[in-house]
Write a protein that binds this ligand. Structure first.
Ligand code: SF4
Length: 400
């Protein structure tokens, strides 16, 4: 039934990702890139069930079975082609037990039942940070730094039936509920959801997060006290740097507090900390330092999942957007570090290769773009970027 395992993903059978405005995508990685035709429906027009049975979702499943790469999944294909571990590969491993659903699928991609095993809940875009690789469309923390009107279509929620009401009936049979944001730990709706799960005896559900881990308390809630009640909690901590660099590029970070929070969740059998780093020109020169610091402090060890996600945007921060001579030097630096590294971590062995392959895949360097953006959009941190990030200073003044 599956013609090419390398171009297959199980998610369109078991998962949907809904944004606060009701847009629904096959997963969070399938959100669109510029000039890309996404696979998207909206809950203003359809229910979740209608989306699952829609022509576009059937076509997606058909393409997956036929071994044709859907354009909507461009991010995964780019990671796959860079020899890395894509979100597709990860989920195919995690949800391999649901491959039998493919056998129940008709050649046109349709199937009778409606299966949600993995639910991604993005309640809102509330966030306390203004990360430089993010923006006002995804974080309320950006509001005070954004120039010009904020046309935030992500908040325009007017769904046919509220998303939460549609998701509730599936909680009994789901395996995983995944909270993203904004910053989920800042959202009252997140706490209402986990209280609902506790009250309804659904603590067997695995909780998964993308979180900045900056604040483990909201009003009367301490999230660790809640997490202790669940069988399994998987944290993807968004850490791209340590110390001053972290405080600059994930703007709003207090590194001392963040480090204490990361250490505080180690030692619980049911809480699994992982590190999800976004790699950009803001930190590619800092990765070995970050990794060694966290290893020395006991924040990470070989039992943790550490993933490297490439920032596709803003384009001026993407690691493909550098002159070739600088890319080559950075690649050499990463490989030199691996040659001399005396620690115990194994993920850098494959992770650095993935980063370098991705960086070399294409060249999107546009002379003047980075300078313009730093002078305008990132003016609020311009001095710090030029003084504290040598690579940014070099690119800003690059004359080649
Ligand atoms: S192939 Fe990638 S982008 Fe497409 S649904 Fe699977 S994980 Fe998401």
């Amino acid at each position: 039934m599956i013609k090419n395992q390398d171009n297959f993903c199980i998610l369109p059978w078991i998962h949907l990702y809904a944004e606060p405005n009701g847009d629904v995508y096959p997963c969070c990685t399938a959100s669109p890139l510029p000039d890309m035709k996404p696979c998207v429906e909206n809950l203003k027009d359809k229910t979740l069930e209608e989306v699952y049975h829609s022509d576009s979702w059937n076509k997606l499943r058909k393409d997956m079975m036929d071994g044709t790469r859907p354009e909507a999944c461009t991010r995964c294909w780019r990671f796959d082609d860079a020899g890395g571990s894509s979100y597709r590969q990860y989920n195919n491993r995690e949800f391999a037990k649901y491959y039998d659903l493919v056998d129940k699928t008709l050649p046109d991609g349709s199937l009778e039942d409606f299966h949600f095993k993995f639910l991604n809940l993005r309640h809102s875009i509330e966030c306390n940070f203004a990360c430089l690789t993010c923006g006002p469309e995804w974080s309320t923390g950006w509001n005070k730094y954004h120039k010009g009107p904020t046309n935030n279509t992500k908040l325009d929620n007017n769904s046919k039936v509220p998303i939460w009401d549609q998701i509730k009936p599936h909680l009994e049979t789901a395996d995983v509920i995944y909270f993203t944001g904004g910053e989920p730990l800042m959202m009252p709706d997140h706490y209402r959801t986990i209280d609902y799960l506790i009250q309804h005896g659904l603590t067997h559900l695995e909780l998964r997060y993308n979180t900045n881990m900056s604040n483990l308390n909201l009003a009367k809630y301490n999230v660790v006290d809640k997490w202790k009640m669940f069988d399994k909690v998987v944290l993807g901590a968004s850490i791209d740097a340590v110390g001053k660099r972290a405080e600059l590029i994930r703007y709003g970070t207090n590194w001392e507090q963040l480090e204490a929070n990361l250490l505080s969740v180690r030692g619980y059998d049911n809480i699994h900390l992982g590190i999800d780093s976004v790699i950009s020109i803001l930190n590619i020169d800092h990765i070995p330092e970050m990794q060694m610091y966290m290893e020395d402090k006991g924040i990470i060890d070989n039992s943790l999942i550490c993933s490297y996600n490439i920032a596709f945007g803003p384009l001026e921060f993407c690691i493909t957007s550098m002159p070739d001579d600088i890319k080559q030097r950075l690649a050499d630096q990463l490989y030199d570090h691996l040659d001399n590294y005396k620690g115990k971590l194994t993920h850098p062995q494959w992770g650095y290769k993935q980063i370098v392959n991705f960086m070399m895949q294409e060249n999107t360097w546009q002379h003047g773009l980075l300078k313009n953006q730093i002078d305008y959009r990132f003016k609020f941190v311009k001095d710090r970027l030029l003084n504290e990030v040598p690579l940014i200073r070099e690119l800003y003044y690059y004359d080649g």
